[in-house]
Design a protein around this ligand. Structure first.
Ligand code: PLZ
Length: 445
């Protein structure tokens, strides 16, 4: 598809010109159903031709306000000019050599940037790979090699990817149905979910630690992996003190503490990493999604002594740390360093919280409102309980789509609406989206 001749106007309002999906999208969709594997779904089958800032425009000319950023990837906005320029320049210089055959400086520079920006001033090393799941896989490899232990613990409501090892780590069985057998020695332990468990951070940590000690045993445990705010699990913000208590326990017991910052990282919560918001200094930090604003790249960054445990040749892969992705990531780092993106994330969080609190006071279906910076959500419950209201989240998302607002659902019970807007989203745009959600909730009763 070529870029449309008439670029969309840049006013605040979404523009819905056809039924959704429109006729051209529907025609492409028919072809897709005959050629693309059924297992690859699409939340909203409108086929996108053009994207700028917080907008995506489909082949029928419908312009949607994208409040999901491709699941938290285009954090600094679709089509950021500095990222595009960096990628194009790199494409013209060299697209591929394979760092493990003949290296290039960008890889080193990005490792330096991550060493500088990830929490803690200890010596660090990085490795770059292609996807979040691959970063998780490598973190597990590295932690096992370093500790000489085999078991890995993940939290209830976790999501870590779709490869075989990471499927074993996910909470939701549906991701893995029929895909087993799964990797052994992966354990899931209770998390902190204040809305549902009512526990303080200290109490929730005690419960988690009891499981780790009784069900796995410290001497076999290589690593504990946690998302500072659980993403696919429904933007579960742990109670205060929970994660620091787990980190402290890991340090005391020689267990590698891995922060999966794939969804929370790189400005999303108003700091470089959400770990900072919780006072964490993880042993390993995982990055992906927003790191290169849409080009495929992921990383594992962490303590030098842990990262250097594997021998040369133990880590790698053909496309890992591709020069074009790396150049884009360096441009993202420059943008985050010199722009006011962190303040924007906090502004967006404030606006979302204000609106969602108001909606919750008027719509009894909203049981909880939570989040940090440009990572906010509301959970839908049967009124007066914390039991999941089934179907409501997808109904709201479907209503919003018809009105030009792209929303993502989340949650182990699929009863959460989550917001991952680009940091270029204005207050006016948020207000428009909230009005649509208000109407959707009224429709649901
Ligand atoms: N860790 C915390 O959020 C990816 C999943 C989309 P990949 N989340 C979006 C889908 O339906 O598969 C994610 C994450 C956290 C790991 C991952 C995995 O990252 O780049 O998708 O492999």
């Amino acid at each position: 598809m070529s870029i449309p001749v008439a670029l969309p106007d840049l006013s605040s309002a979404p523009s819905v010109r056809t039924e959704i999906p429109g006729p051209i999208s529907r025609a492409i969709h028919e072809r897709r159903m005959r050629t693309v594997a059924r297992g690859v779904g699409s939340v909203l089958p409108v086929y996108i031709e053009y994207a700028d800032g917080p907008w995506v425009t489909d082949v029928d000319g419908n312009r949607f306000l994208d409040l999901g950023s491709g699941i938290g990837v285009t954090t600094i906005g679709h089509g950021n000019p500095a990222v595009t320029a960096a990628a194009v320049e790199q494409l013209e210089l060299v697209t591929h050599t394979l760092f493990t055959v003949t290296p290039y400086e960008g890889y080193v520079r990005l490792a330096e940037r991550l060493a500088e920006k990830t929490p803690g001033d200890h010596e660090k090393r990085s490795v770059f790979v292609n996807s979040g799941a691959e970063a998780v896989e490598n973190a597990v490899k590295i932690a096992r090699r370093y500790t000489g232990r085999r078991a890995v613990a993940a939290l209830d409501h976790a999501f870590h990817g779709r490869t075989n090892l990471t499927l074993a780590m996910n909470h939701k069985a549906a991701y893995g149905t029929g895909f087993g057998p799964f990797a052994p020695d992966i354990h899931r332990v209770p998390n902190s979910y204040p809305y549902r468990d009512g526990l303080t951070g200290e109490q929730a940590a005690q419960r988690t630690i009891a499981h780790l000690e009784q069900r796995i045993g410290v001497t076999d445990l290589a690593a504990l992996i946690a998302e500072p705010i659980q993403g696919e699990g429904g933007f579960v913000v742990p109670a205060e003190g929970y994660l620091p208590a787990l980190q402290e326990w890991c340090t005391r017991n020689g267990v590698v503490f891995i922060a999966d910052e794939i969804q929370t990282g790189l400005g999303r919560t108003g700091t470089w990493f959400a770990s900072e918001r919780f006072g964490l200094v993880p042993d390993l930090v995982l990055t992906a999604k927003g790191i290169a604003a849409g080009l495929p790249l992921a990383g594992v960054t962490g303590r030098a002594e842990i990262m250097d445990a594997p021998d040369p040749g133990g880590l790698g892969g053909t496309f890992g740390g591709n020069p074009v992705s790396i150049a884009s990531a360096l441009a993202v780092f420059d943008e985050l360093e010199h722009g006011d993106h962190f303040a924007e994330a906090l502004r967006i969080g404030g606006r979302l919280q204000h609106h969602l609190t108001d909606l919750a006071s008027r719509h009894p279906l909203i049981g909880d409102v939570r989040g940090m910076g440009a990572m906010y959500a509301f959970e839908l419950s049967e009124p007066g309980t914390s039991l999941p209201a089934s179907g409501a989240a997808s109904a709201i998302a479907a209503f919003a789509a018809q009105h030009g607002i792209l929303l993502l659902t989340a949650g182990s019970d699929s009863n959460v609406i989550r917001f991952l807007p680009t940091l270029t989203t204005t207050d006016d745009q948020i207000d428009i989206a909230m009005d649509v959600i208000d109407r959707a909730l009224t429709t649901l009763g």
